[in-house]
Ligand binder design. Structure first.
Ligand SMILES: C[S@@+](CC[C@H](N)C(=O)[O-])C[C@H]1O[C@@H](n2cnc3c(N)ncnc32)[C@H](O)[C@@H]1O
Length: 321
């Protein structure tokens, strides 16, 4: 298989998929996986075609390579899109995440921060100005292309920031993933982490995956550590409100029951959007040895909370029980 690159009116020599990470794509290059008949069999998510190069190494090939200039970085737009929003809101939403973390779990500049499901580093960009020289950030994600980009562009400029890939399967973010989320331990010693953020990540995880991460959080959190995890809180009232006042670009119906208290919006892509009812979220945190000191953060997604909404999704703030 090869990747054809068209720049302006001319075709650049086709590249081997193994060269993809190192190839100097230009803003505006158009990409096509060849031969087309083979390419048609490959999974496509968010318009990107997934090509497996070797076990544990798959790439996302967008139809067009576009770059967004942001704070001296040039970020591939197709990787920004995976956050669920576009380049124009990258700064705005990242800033809102930090404010929510600050208000709801507290942050401090010397903290050891872990960003699970960090994507293209939307929150890392914000933390660059916030962390002190002693502060540390670790980003974890199953989207290999985003992690490779962050490792190559963020870490060399700011070694306080490191990034780690988990090759766990997710039908939308990592369809060629060879292992399961529960196969991975956070690459951190016990009781070493001050703060953990998961911005719109439990919304893409199944019950066993949430429980596994919670158990890992219990292990790595310091005694006074905190976790901020946003999620969709399932209730009949929220779903009823979502029909008339919902704020998601997609219709939030959560009609498909995956397990007791866990619902998917789209059975074809269950991890596309997953919701948890209160009883299940509380049971999972208890099973993992975690607790919360405050009511769930009220999300705006369903419209249920009107002006009382505190952020886009609902969220839970966790500590060691
Ligand atoms: C909606 S995006 C949010 C990205 C980032 N938190 C942000 O706000 O910009 C969800 C992210 O979760 C990641 N993800 C999905 N399943 C995961 C898993 N099992 N472990 C870690 N990250 C995962 C996806 O690859 C994606 O980057």
């Amino acid at each position: 298989m090869q990747i054809a690159v068209t720049r302006g009116d001319s075709r650049v020599t086709p590249i081997d998929p193994a060269q993809f990470d190192d190839f100097d794509f230009h803003d505006g290059d158009r990409l096509a996986v060849l031969p087309a008949r083979e390419a048609a069999k490959l999974p496509v998510t968010w318009g990107d075609r997934h090509v497996e190069i070797s076990p544990g190494r798959a790439i996302r090939v967008p139809e067009q390579w576009k770059l967004f200039d942001f704070r001296t970085f040039r970020i591939p737009v197709h990787l920004i899109t995976l956050t669920g929003a576009g380049p124009e809101t990258l700064d705005l939403i990242g800033g809102a995440h930090l404010r929510n973390y600050e208000n709801q779990m507290g942050l401090f500049p010397g903290m050891n921060f872990v960003d699970v499901g960090c994507g293209i580093g939307r929150d890392a960009f914000q933390l660059m100005d916030y962390l002190s020289p002693e502060g540390r950030y670790l980003g974890i994600d199953v989207t290999r292309d985003s992690i490779v980009w962050c490792q190559r562009h963020i870490t060399p400029r700011d070694p306080r920031f490191s990034f780690h890939h988990f090759d766990a399967v997710n039908e939308l973010y990592n369809p060629f993933g060879r292992r399961r989320t529960s196969d991975f331990r956070l690459p951190l010693p016990d009781a070493s982490v001050d703060r953990i953020g998961l911005a719109s990540v439990f919304t893409h995880l199944l019950e066993d995956e949430v429980l596994h991460y919670m158990r890992e959080f219990r292990r790595v959190l310091k005694p006074d550590g905190r976790v901020h995890a946003s999620f969709f809180l399932y209730s009949q009232a929220a779903l009823q409100a979502a029909r008339s006042a919902g704020t998601t670009a997609w219709a939030a119906t959560f009609l498909h029951r995956l397990s007791k208290g866990v619902y998917a919006n789209d059975p074809a892509y269950p991890r596309g959007a997953v919701a948890y009812d209160e009883e299940t979220m509380r049971r999972l945190m208890q099973e993992a040895g975690l607790a919360t000191d405050r009511p769930f953060v009220k999300g705006a997604w369903s419209g249920l909370f009107g002006d009382e909404a505190e952020e886009g999704q609902d969220a839970v703030i966790l500590r060691r029980a």
